[in-house]
Design a protein around this ligand. Structure first.
Ligand SMILES: Nc1ncnc2c1ncn2[C@@H]1O[C@H](COP(=O)(O)OP(=O)(O)OP(=O)(O)O)[C@@H](O)[C@H]1O
Ligand SMILES: [Mg+2]
Length: 414
């Protein structure tokens, strides 16, 4: 077990008579009911980088469309082949219909164009001259395409816009690959803190009426900043923020409105993780944070698990059997030994994944779970999404090994 895996919660021995992680089963999560419920209007898939947020969003949206709902999935930076199979050939701020043969409902997909969303806000909330000034500002151009948190913020903006139109039964929202899962929830605040920040205030202060005191100090400060950042950049920032100042109230208002939207009944968060210590630790933070913010959590999708083909033979027995067959030189024997070893490895991996899942459940016994087995290759077309959708929304227990979908391996008896 790696050091990273060995959290205090895991190493602490349970008190005598206490239930252990292994016998506390995660409640199952009924995603079919959730996405089929007319009252469910927004599903947000969040989690740390690379765990399958975009794929899960697309699979859930597909399942909802097949269940008869009018769905739009807002994807962020989907892998190219997945984008292609959703009919998304370029960044586009408008939902495009996806051809899903036989679907009772409709599936539309869009790829968030962060810069254009930002531009649209500027245009919508300032005079034409001022908008032109802002859009041409080099600092704006950098901020709108690369400021940490801009993408998260723009995703929220776009969600607000989609929801306002009332054209959709269900909006499935993918979230950006953040360094930390929490960046997504923090983005609106960070954005308004940035605009409200001390540094920014100082930079724009001279252009504001009534700023008289400490100007010597400010000049000194701005000279240093100019040295560090370059005079032109400072002038750009200053001009940009002054221009943006008129929109500032609007930013804050909309950030608050989207926050409220996320807390309204009808919104659900699905946290996605892979059975790895880091991803589950992030998922844990996320679950705590959502609960602290009063945001409704549907549960955890444990993606890319490795259930064995059969759970009847333990890793130890498979290893022992392979050992017993040995290298007798017979091709059939070598094949059997090889298969047994593969099975043993798979059982060991699954046991490790199950331990990690149990540890999560032990810390969050109320959080529902769904495991989604790793597909053989990438999930990049409608068929792949359908297989994933089935794992996400199919009846519990109806798996090839008969193991409930909340688990990788059968539960140990208490
Ligand atoms: N159940 C699965 N089986 C096999 N491959 C999967 C599965 N889920 C996702 N993938 C693959 O893993 C990769 C990452 O998935 P995805 O892009 O959905 O993750 P993400 O969380 O959106 O990543 P990012 O944080 O970079 O946006 C993709 O290549 C995808 O096809
Ligand atoms: Mg993604």
């Amino acid at each position: 077990m790696s050091a990273a895996e060995e959290t205090p919660a895991a190493s602490a021995r349970p008190a005598r008579g206490a239930r252990t992680a292994a016998d506390r089963l995660a409640p199952s999560m009924d995603l079919a009911a959730l996405i089929g419920d007319p009252d469910t209007r927004i599903v947000v898939c969040c989690g740390s980088g690379g765990v399958g947020k975009t794929t899960t969003s697309a699979a859930l949206a597909l399942a909802a469309a097949e269940a008869g709902r009018r769905v739009v999935v807002l994807t962020i930076d989907p892998a190219r082949r997945l984008a292609q199979s959703l009919g998304l050939v370029e960044l586009d701020n408008e939902p495009r219909p996806v051809d899903v043969p036989g679907a009772a409902g409709e599936l539309h997909a869009m790829m968030l164009d962060m810069k254009r969303t930002f531009d649209d806000i500027v245009v919508a909330h300032s005079t034409p001259e001022r908008a032109e000034q802002i859009l041409a500002n080099p600092f704006y151009q950098t901020l709108s395409s690369s400021f940490a948190g801009t993408q998260e913020y723009m995703a929220m903006e776009k969600l607000g816009q989609l929801r306002a139109g009332d054209r959709w039964d269900l909006i499935v929202v993918d979230t950006p690959p953040s360094r930390s899962a929490l960046d997504f929830l923090d983005a609106p605040n960070r954005m308004s803190r940035f605009l409200d920040g001390t540094m920014i205030r100082l930079l724009i202060a001279p252009s504001r009426a009534g700023f008289r005191f400490a100007s010597a100090g400010f000049l000194f400060f701005s000279r240093i900043i100019s040295k560090v950042l370059g005079g032109q950049l400072l002038r750009d920032i200053s001009a940009f923020v002054t221009a943006l100042d008129t929109m500032f109230g609007g930013f804050r208002e909309r950030a608050t409105a989207t926050y409220e939207l996320l807390r309204r009944p009808g919104t659900w968060f699905v946290v996605v993780a892979t059975p790895e210590p880091d991803a589950l630790r992030e998922a844990s933070y996320f679950v705590d944070r959502l609960s602290a913010e009063g945001m409704p959590l549907a549960g955890l999708v444990l993606n890319r698990t490795h259930p064995p083909a059969s759970t009847a033979l333990s890793a130890t027995r498979a290893e022992a059997a392979a050992e017993a067959i040995g290298d007798d030189g017979e091709p059939a024997g070598a094949l059997a030994a090889g298969a047994l070893r593969v099975h043993a490895e798979r059982m060991t991996l699954a046991a490790r994944e199950q331990r990690l899942a149990d540890r999560f459940t032990s810390a969050h016994p109320e959080v529902g779970m769904r495991t989604v087995p790793a597909a053989a290759g990438d999930v990049h077309d409608l068929d792949g999404l359908r297989v994933m959708a089935e794992a996400l929304t199919g009846p519990d227990g109806d798996t090839p090994t008969g193991v409930p979908r909340t688990r990788v391996l059968p539960a140990r008896r208490a």
